[in-house]
Ligand binder design. Structure first.
Ligand code: HEM
Length: 140
């Protein structure tokens, strides 16, 4: 998320001239050890008792240009994921090397091939392993 200063400004002691690009990075903010313990670890349970402020957790941006689809996307993610994961394990079909790319958000550079395995019978379901630059971003 890039912002351009119109006038000179001072932020946290740093002088920014006019026409200066300032990057607000959720990637950096969301890995701040002062806010998140073991920030590189994939740990969904951390959210059970965590209520970060809008300025420490902002996957949809923050301020006047924040994501207009935030409510829709959050509703879809929560309702669909809950229903899918209640019935299936989503596992990689084989070992895959996945790179990342930067669009509005950080995302996989290529499609990740997954399969849906009914999770009632053979838990935990066996799947492929993640390799490559994405695997370096998060400890699973
Ligand atoms: C998981 C899904 C999504 C994520 C993580 C996401 C994230 C973001 C982020 C980070 C921004 C930039 C905010 C900024 O510059 O401060 C943005 C902007 C925007 N998003 Fe999303 N978004 C998602 C889904 C959607 C959906 C479903 C819609 C529309 C239905 C949408 C519409 C927009 C629009 C219109 C903007 C531009 C807002 C502006 O510049 O004023 N987004 N989004």
């Amino acid at each position: 998320m890039v912002r351009l200063t119109k006038v000179s400004a001072k932020i946290l002691g740093y002088e920014l001239p006019p026409c200066c690009e300032a990057i607000v990075s959720p990637y950096v903010a969301h890995r701040d050890v002062n806010e998140y313990s073991e920030p590189d670890k994939f740990n969904p349970l951390r959210w059970s008792d965590m209520r970060p402020s809008a300025y420490t957790y902002f996957p949809f941006g923050v301020g006047s240009r924040h994501c207009l689809g935030k409510q829709l996307a959050s509703f879809e993610l929560i309702s669909l994921l809950a229903r899918i994961l209640n019935m299936y394990d989503v596992v990689m079909i084989d070992d895959q090397e996945i790179d990342w790319t930067m669009d509005i958000t950080l995302m996989p550079k290529s499609d990740v091939a997954v399969k849906f395995v009914e999770n009632r019978e053979h838990w935990p379901s066996k799947g492929g392993r993640l390799h490559g630059p994405v695997a370096d971003l998060v400890q699973i």
